[in-house]
Design a protein around this ligand. Structure first.
Ligand code: GLU
Length: 417
């Protein structure tokens, strides 16, 4: 489904641009797909075995760039779909990068820390010829974090014989990571929401927001939106959804989670409106102004889309809306700010991390945050004016702008040999 949606969106943009079929197919097809088998030792001495992928979707404008996802639902097709989205994202943001994604079909919570390390190192060791600061630069995604990136860095560096900080982004600050990277995706989501709200005459100050997902993206979006005087009226994670029409106490949720609560439903911060992963979709029916799906792909289908009461949907996750859900929302006049723009704050900060690595610099946090926000703002103004001029919804406008940049680069470079 994810791959179908990603290909559909590129084809739709390609047709709008009038690209000849040959070029659309060249761009849709990933440049390289590597499938690896990952044998590793469990703590009890037994041998286990997983499967993983790394996809270089487009490398025409720069090194392949994109996260590594550890999740039991990861498939080859999903990784390709996510890599396609990365190519559009980096192109739309005018970053000198291509698009990539990696993934291992595993629930990282089912592994001990040592097992996770051995598994990550074995996966990375299979990818070595694929990786490098000028070839392919991984980053965190669902189920991975700065610690996992530190192992990626170490495994790669050990293979070449010296430390190569620029081979990975989203790494710990001590190893050349960038200040501001942890919050960058959420910061970009909030900036995107505030800019889009302004365009439809909605005040972000006091706006009621529902956020699905309380991980790296959703939790930061909640904190930063709250700091900008928006009211977070509902949040959800795999354990379920909670709501409070007067606004949830975000610092209470954070504190309870730090103290060991397994889910937002255990924090006592709001009324539990749904339990478990299925119950968590109750969040979408909550009365609010802005919905931010910040969890997994395909979270909103046409049925859920028809329940959304908000005027604005801002995609913090990759691919959270199916194309059918898009249609339902468009018919109902709901504005969608698409993933390839809305969650681009993460890869934008990754790019800034690499700039610092290559120049042996480290910028302070305010400087990084300002640069992320400024790049998000200029991309929004490009996207908004194009969508108004061409009378296109943001999603199609974003795909067209991204695809045009990629297609132009293909044409200018020519076809080898
Ligand atoms: N995984 C993030 C994304 O989907 C970040 C990718 C990166 O920084 O390379 O955009």
């Amino acid at each position: 489904m994810a791959l179908e949606s990603a290909e559909f969106r590129v084809r739709q943009a390609g047709e709008w641009l009038g690209l000849d079929d040959g070029l659309i197919e060249t761009i849709i097809a990933p440049r390289r797909v590597l499938e690896v088998s990952i044998p590793f030792r469990r703590d009890d001495g037994t041998r286990d075995h997983l499967v993983g992928w790394r996809v270089h979707h487009n490398t025409t404008r720069g090194p392949a760039k994109g996260g590594i996802r550890f999740h039991p639902g990861v498939t080859r097709d999903e990784v390709v779909a996510l890599a396609i989205a990365m190519s559009l994202k980096t192109a739309l943001m005018n970053l000198p990068l291509g698009g990539a994604k990696g993934g291992v079909a595993v629930d990282p919570k089912s592994l001990s820390l040592r097992e996770l390390e051995r598994m990550t190192r074995r996966y990375v060791s299979e990818l070595i010829p694929f990786l490098g600061p000028d070839k392919d630069v991984p980053a965190p995604d669902v189920g991975t974090n700065a610690q996992v990136m530190a192992w990626v860095l170490d495994q790669y560096s050990a293979s070449v014989g010296y430390i190569v900080p620029g081979v990975v982004t989203g790494k710990p600050i001590e190893l050349g990571g960038s200040l501001g990277r942890e919050s960058a995706t959420g910061r970009g989501v909030v900036e995107a929401a505030a800019l889009a709200a302004e365009k439809i005459g909605m005040s972000f100050d006091g706006a009621r927001i529902a956020i699905q997902g309380y991980g790296q993206v959703g939790a930061w979006a909640a904190r930063l939106a709250h700091a900008r005087a928006a009211k977070i009226v509902a949040v959800a994670d795999v354990g379920g959804a909670i709501a409070n029409s007067n606004g949830l106490d975000i610092s209470l949720i954070d504190r309870k989670l730090r103290e060991g609560a397994k889910s937002v439903v255990e924090t006592g911060a709001g009324e539990v409106i749904g339990k478990g992963i299925d119950g968590s979709s109750a969040l979408f029916a909550v009365d609010c102004d802005i919905v931010m799906p910040c969890a997994l792909g395909d979270a909103v289908d046409e049925r859920i889309a028809s329940q959304i009461k908000a005027k604005l949907v801002v995609e913090g996750a990759n691919g959270p809306l199916t194309p059918k859900a898009d249609e339902v929302l468009a018919d109902r006049g709901v504005i969608v700010v698409p993933d390839v723009y809305a969650n681009a704050g993460g890869v934008t900060c990754s790019y800034l991390e690499q700039c610092q690595n290559f120049a042996h610099l480290s910028w302070d946090e305010d400087e990084v945050n300002e640069k992320v926000v400024s790049l998000m703002r200029s991309a929004f103004f490009r996207l908004h004016s194009f969508s108004v001029e061409q009378k296109l919804p943001y999603r199609l406008a974003a795909s067209v702008l991204g695809l045009k940049t990629i297609a132009d680069s293909h044409r200018m470079r020519g076809l080898h040999p």
